[in-house]
Design a protein around this ligand. Structure first.
Ligand code: AMP
Length: 223
């Protein structure tokens, strides 16, 4: 557990294991995890005005406007007074980061630096059995018979989302968007980067870092 309330952000490209690391942080450090995608999906399911406004953009593959995102998060964070939190998926733009900084300045930002080639390799070797959702990896978790589901014997497919070109595009878009947000926090000495290929390799360092937090925090690179 932490000796002080910590306001934190986790950033990492899709496929970098951000979900796994976040779950472990929440479990070991008692932080409240606020994922922008989850919050938006909840608003959409509940049919709130915010949900309706957000859905319009999400369906078109666009970002939800900064003003909407900032309102959502400021409201959520108001309920979390005196509680440590971990933001995931927010802020995604410098405008969002600036707004958050004015209202609820964060203590630290964790950036997961997993090489794009590693993510590409992991995702583009993924094969899915569509009707059950079972996932295989050609190298680490191969099906008994190449291209066939172990249980039903049906064909496995590569989802469009997992095709190398699509993954590369998604990673590039992520990088273009987050670079400025990372700079924002780097300039304020709030960024700590964790480099590695796998969650099990990165996690002990994140754990150690959070366990030994002392203020003031300085920019560090945990290789
Ligand atoms: P995610 O599950 O994080 O991929 O989020 C799903 C969708 O919600 C994204 O594709 C965006 O349209 C929207 N979204 C999530 N977080 C943000 C954010 N911080 N700013 C703008 N749009 C967001």
């Amino acid at each position: 557990m932490l000796s002080k309330v910590l306001k934190t952000i986790i950033i990492g490209p899709p496929g970098a294991g951000k979900g796994t690391i976040s779950t472990r942080i929440v479990k070991d450090f008692g932080m409240k995890h606020l994922s922008s995608g989850d919050i938006l999906r909840k608003h959409i399911m509940e049919g709130t005005a915010t949900g309706l406004a957000a859905k319009h953009h999400i369906d078109k593959g666009e970002l939800v406007p900064d003003r909407v995102m900032v309102d959502i998060f400021i409201t959520e964070l108001r309920h979390l007074h005196n509680h440590s939190w971990l933001l995931d998926g927010f802020p995604r733009t410098v405008k969002q980061a600036e707004a958050l900084h004015r209202v609820e300045p964060v203590d630290l930002v964790i950036n997961l630096k997993v090489p794009f080639e590693v993510i590409m390799e992991r995702i583009s070797n993924r094969w899915t059995h569509i009707s059950s959702g079972r996932i295989y990896h050609s190298e680490f978790n191969p099906p008994k018979v190449t291209g066939k589901d172990d249980v039903t014997g049906e064909d496995l497919i590569q989802r469009d989302d997992d095709k190398p070109e699509t993954v590369r595009q998604r990673l590039q878009t992520f990088q273009n968007m987050t670079e400025k947000v990372l700079d924002f926090y780097r300039e304020r000495d709030l960024l700590t980067e964790f480099q590695g290929s796998e969650s099990n390799e990165i996690w002990p360092r994140v754990h150690k870092f959070l366990s030994t937090i002392k203020t003031p925090l300085h920019y560090t690179e945990y290789k």
